[in-house]
Design a binder for this molecule. Structure first.
Ligand code: AMP
Ligand code: GLY
Length: 440
């Protein structure tokens, strides 16, 4: 079958998706629909439509016009808006769950309640609030060790953590009041101590194929300082483990994903077809769930799609046909390090409009993905969010980091990146932290 695959979205994640699809021996025709033109994706596509990706009719209309035989949806917003539902209704199968199934990401209480209802381990204490009734008692019970979350999608800005953003009870009460006044239900949950990792699985509704574990770095500055971001960089290890994780932690995370996929099928009466992304914390009491995402992580997917040896177009086809059990999913036995180059001032007050000069030729083992960029008067410019992602791969994390860092340093201008991601001292700190947490 000659596939025409529609990619929805235009960040570095979608550039990595397009790159992996373009490597397929099936040689699919690629088309993209998004709110912005990413020149990296454009170069791989035979058509590129610009419009609102959260408008199911607009996406479906473009898919029809391009005679797409399948769609791959990158970001969460179109999933929550029901774009997959509209595509399936138009007989265009989609990699990415329907609106009801995407609640695993769009509603944090849906995810927590699902674990409780189906007796899946991993939940910390949590309580959802529609009003401020009983709030003070719960906050007092978990004084100095709670997290407050907006129950809906808030682009990473709806979560405040004790010790980080909430320094006293007054801060917590104020944040809850603010959410309540704006009509946002919220969750108070126990703060878990440990190290975070992402475990993503391809899922066709019944079969899961797990990807290697990845660790992201959310803070903007070196040493894990500064504001939270969408993710400044990620790494994976050669054996597809992580230096601070026990095998049992990975097995537990895989089991939770497996059971969540089964619970979703039962709860929603429909198969979850896409990428199921568990955000976990390895803690003293085993693996705990931080959140679920209904899509590929960004930057996690940049590492993983670069390492993926199997045919990604065939994997996507098997997800929509529900034949993932028949398909092999292999990742190169290499380590990888990804770093985002971002504008000065990112994330709170980023510079916009600066020219981006790309390195001429990439060294062996390096890949580059464009993110928040645009082309004006033939010049590539940064539009204010994460700009370029560099992925290095190698026989060890050290090798992968060296390749990645060499390229990241070649990007001139008012940009910065975290040189410490994937370095020995940073990883040693994670391992040490986990030792302390486990022995507490
Ligand atoms: P989320 O949007 O749920 O991923 O939360 C954003 C960040 O808040 C996570 O990446 C964690 O660093 C932190 N966080 C969320 N929930 C918890 C929790 N229960 N315990 C500790 N940290 C948390
Ligand atoms: N890297 C975090 C995310 O994709 O949500």
């Amino acid at each position: 079958m000659n596939e025409t695959i529609l990619i929805v979205g235009s960040g570095a994640r979608e550039h990595a998706i397009a790159t992996a699809l373009a490597r397929s021996p099936l040689q699919p025709k690629l088309v993209c629909f998004s709110g912005a033109r990413n020149p990296g994706i454009l170069a791989l596509c035979s058509a590129y439509g610009v419009g609102s990706i959260t408008d199911p009719a607009a996406v479906t209309g473009y898919a029809r016009e391009q005679r797409a035989t399948m769609a791959v949806i990158g970001p969460e917003a179109p999933l929550a808006a029901g774009v997959a539902d509209a595509l399936w209704a138009a007989k265009i199968p989609a990699v990415g769950p329907t609106q009801s199934l995407a609640r695993i990401e769009s509603s944090k209480s849906f995810a927590r309640d699902l674990l409780t209802k189906y007796k899946i381990p991993g939940n910390p204490f949590f309580q959802r609030f529609d009003s401020l009734d009983g709030l003070e008692e719960v906050l007092a019970l978990y004084a100095n060790r709670h997290v407050i979350k907006d129950d809906g999608l808030a682009g990473g800005k709806g979560v405040k953590v004790c010790g980080d953003h909430l320094l006293c009870m007054k801060d917590s009460l104020e944040f809850c009041r603010e959410l309540f006044v704006h009509g946002h239900p919220f969750i108070v949950e126990e703060k878990i101590e440990g190290e975070e990792f992402s475990l993503m699985s391809f899922c066709d509704g019944a079969t899961l194929r797990h990807m290697p574990a990845v660790q992201d770095h959310k803070r903007a500055y070196e040493g894990d300082k500064g504001p939270n971001t969408g993710g400044m960089g990620t790494y994976t290890d050669v054996a597809h483990k992580l230096p601070f994780l026990a095998d049992a932690d990975i097995a537990m995370a895989q089991e939770i994903n497996q059971r969540v996929a089964a619970a979703l099928a039962e709860e929603c009466g429909a198969p979850y077809q896409g990428v199921l992304y568990g955000g976990f914390m390895a803690s003293r009491d085993g693996v705990k769930l931080i959140e679920y995402n209904a899509r590929f992580g960004d930057p996690e997917s940049l590492n993983l799609l670069t390492l993926l040896k199997s045919d990604f177009a065939a994997i996507c086809r098997s997800i929509v046909d529900r034949t993932l059990a028949d398909v092999s999913v292999q990742f190169a036995a290499e380590a990888s390090v990804c770093k985002y180059v971002v504008p000065e001032g990112y994330p709170d007050n980023p510079r916009k409009g600066d020219a981006v000069l790309l390195p001429g030729e990439l060294p062996e083992g390096a890949a580059m993905f464009l993110s928040a960029v645009d082309v004006k008067d033939n010049v590539l410019i940064a539009t204010g969010s994460r700009t370029i992602a560099i992925v290095g791969t190698g026989a060890t994390i050290d090798d992968a980091e060296a390749v990645c860092e060499r390229v990241a340093q070649q990007i001139p201008g008012p940009f910065f990146h975290r040189a410490d991601i994937g370095t020995r001292p940073t990883i040693a700190r994670r391992v040490e932290h986990m030792k302390v947490v486990r022995s507490a």
